[in-house]
Design a protein around this ligand. Structure first.
Ligand code: HPA
Ligand code: ZN
Length: 326
């Protein structure tokens, strides 16, 4: 219908996307078979019926178990290529992709296989689909500071392939301050920084991400709205928030899409963007996320255009590149 066509016609960037969260069940079964790994589900439908989450942790448990079939460089290529083809059909011109190396290295898969497969697909995305992209290495916050330092060390030979360092996984009990030293090191090595904060964690986690991790963006940031001083600070800094509406609904960060904080963020002048987070698990890619909030929050066309523009403004593209895409 009209709003759907309007959204799909807009050029967009995606800034909050976990490549492991794009693993569609059909591809998962295919890769499991060629790697001779038994999934504990009998069929695609059986697997999909497990995608019913009450919180972040219930999702993470399934998300990490899905990655167990990813072994070879080609597996990471295929995963990334499938995502790029999908967003090409949605008029996404630029994407900034998280990957979670510890999820794979902890299973004995070499860092090189993971990043080489993803990087090769991103190169093909650029040459064959015209999609520009950056890669964000994300530390798993439920693991130790030492493990994050070790992962940063492993990443240094691939520095030119990685734009930023991020922080994801189980938020509560793992505040940004746990990673202050490793983020300082990452910045000294020339990486930009971002962090998931305020998805389930308190506004204090968002403050810490700003002050201790010197982030360029807050991933999610929903709970910032509970702290009016924090709202003022985010507006003053023009700090972008990478908001993920369908993720918030599926993980029960919001009760109902009509209760989603995105409209409030825009009203307050915050630099909010719309993203898909883990589209294979949450029921939609970028366009479906725009559609869900546009309908539930009765966004105007002007607001929808603003969100699409924000996605480029908040990206790590340079000013010339941004201008060419908006
Ligand atoms: N939050 C934290 N960790 C994650 C997420 C998320 O939404 N998706 C994948 N890892
Ligand atoms: Zn995320």
């Amino acid at each position: 219908d009209a709003i759907k066509n309007f959204i799909s016609g807009l050029p967009k960037a995606e800034l909050h996307l976990h490549i492991e969260g794009t693993f569609e069940p059909e591809l998962m079964f295919g890769i499991a078979e060629r790697n001779h790994i038994d999934l504990k589900y009998n069929s695609v439908d059986d697997l999909k019926s497990a995608y019913d989450f009450n919180n972040l942790q219930e999702f993470l448990d399934i998300y990490y178990s899905g990655t167990n079939v990813l072994i070879e460089e080609q597996d990471f290529y295929d995963l990334t290529w499938a995502y790029l083809q999908k967003i090409h059909s949605q008029n996404v011109l630029h994407t900034e992709i998280f990957f979670d190396p510890q999820t794979h290295t902890s299973r004995g898969v070499a860092f090189d296989k993971v990043i080489s497969g993803i990087h090769r697909a991103l190169g093909d995305g650029r040459s064959k689909l015209g999609i520009s992209s950056f890669l964000i290495l994300s530390f798993l916050r439920h693991l130790s500071e030492e493990s994050a330092f070790q992962t940063l060390e492993e990443a240094l030979p691939y520095k030119s392939w990685i734009t930023a360092i991020g922080l994801d996984s189980s938020e509560k009990g793992h505040p940004p301050n746990k990673f202050e030293r490793v983020f300082t090191k990452a910045q000294a090595e020339g990486f930009l920084t971002v962090a998931h904060a305020g998805e389930e964690g308190s506004p204090e986690y968002v403050w810490e991400a700003l002050k201790l991790l010197q982030v360029s963006r807050i991933d999610h940031g929903n709970r910032s709205l509970e702290d009016s001083l924090l709202i003022d600070e985010l507006v003053k800094r023009k700090m972008s928030l990478t908001v993920c509406p369908l993720s918030n609904l599926k993980l029960k960060v919001v009760r109902d899409m009509t209760q989603h904080p995105l409209a409030k963020m825009l009203d307050k002048g915050m630099m909010a963007t719309v993203n898909s987070d883990d589209p294979a698990y949450f029921g939609g890619y970028v366009n479906e996320n725009y559609e869900a909030v546009a309908v539930a929050l009765k966004l105007t066309k002007g607001q929808i255009v603003q969100l699409a523009k924000n996605s480029f403004t908040a990206s790590f593209l340079n000013e010339v590149e941004k201008k060419a895409m908006i």
